[in-house]
Design a protein. Structure first.
Lengths: 150, 148
């Protein structure tokens, strides 16, 4: 029951993001632990015209979105959580012609901040294209200052 | 695209003060609509307001990923244009701090190369909308700049 609710909320969230719709992003999997989104390969997201490799900006968009929406996995109710910061380490270039998956989980939830981490991969999650960490501010139900750390 | 072609494109862009052919080369940059303006010895990059780049529909605000992609690509172009690198620099890592909401309006970016070694370059990027002293995001990136 809970899983289908999380998936429904993730799909609803993703559906509101115009840029993600334009890129054709979809929810691939969602449960209480993690969220996986799919970014289909397209001509538009090529960053290297020689190799057909995907632009880092498209990977960043996938991972910012995946980490941001992964907050629905841990929050009892929908909250808006803007990104505080995001760091991406590229392990290897994305292979042209293949979809990219973004996986993310929230590894610490505080009243003010949610810490997320994840990977971008193509075929094998064990062989990621990129590692990601990101912190998100909780705006929804928290009263008081929006600034400061956890 | 050979190193010669890329060098030639950069030289032509300088001569004609038109960096558009360099931007048109990369499909992702074309999609989000990056522009490049030369102001004296400086380069300023512009991301014109584009509905397709909206992330938050209620504000409305640009998608943070687009702001990051714009900044990453600005840094890459900056290296290509100023540093005499004959091929596309490759991203190693990228870190961004979001300081203010990126509203649905034009966004600008400027880059600072803090170090360029033989193999790796470190670039800091600042993005703003209303006023350069009130950035909406700051970022830093490492690029691999030697032979691919």
């Amino acid at each position: 029951m809970r899983e289908s609710l999380i998936r429904q909320r993730a799909e609803q969230f993703l559906g509101m993001l115009r840029h993600c719709q334009m890129l054709g992003m979809q929810v691939h999997g969602a449960d209480e632990q993690s969220l996986t989104l799919r970014l289909p390969y397209s001509e538009n997201i090529i960053g290297n015209p020689e190799t057909g490799g995907v632009h880092g900006g498209a990977i960043t968009t996938l991972m910012d979105t995946t980490c941001g929406i992964s907050t629905v996995c841990v929050l009892p109710e929908f909250e808006i959580c803007p990104t505080l910061d995001l760091r991406i380490d590229y392990m290897r270039p994305a292979e042209p012609g293949r979809d990219v998956f973004g996986f993310a989980e929230c590894y610490r939830v505080t009243p003010n901040v949610i810490f997320t981490r994840g990977v971008a991969y193509q075929d094998d999650p064990q062989q990621p294209i990129a590692h990601v960490v990101g912190a998100f501010m909780r705006m929804g139900k928290v009263v008081g200052s929006a600034g400061g750390a956890a | 695209m050979t190193p010669m072609d890329l060098n030639q494109l950069v030289r032509q862009a300088h001569e004609q003060n038109d960096y558009d052919p360099l931007i048109q080369l990369i499909p992702y940059a074309r999609m989000i609509g990056i522009e490049c303006l030369r102001l004296g010895d400086d380069l300023v990059f512009r991301l014109p307001a584009n509905r397709d780049c909206i992330g938050n529909p209620t504000l409305p605000a640009l998608h943070g990923g687009v702001i990051a992609g714009f900044m990453e690509h600005s840094a890459m172009l900056h290296l290509l244009i100023f540093m005499g690198i004959p091929h596309l620099p490759k991203i190693i890592d990228f870190s961004i701090d979001y300081l203010r909401a990126g509203h649905y309006r034009d966004t600008y970016a400027q880059c600072q190369v803090w170090r360029q070694g033989k193999r790796v370059a470190n670039v800091a990027i600042t993005a703003w909308q209303t006023n350069q002293t009130e950035p909406i995001a700051t970022a830093r990136a490492h690029f691999k700049v030697d032979e691919p």
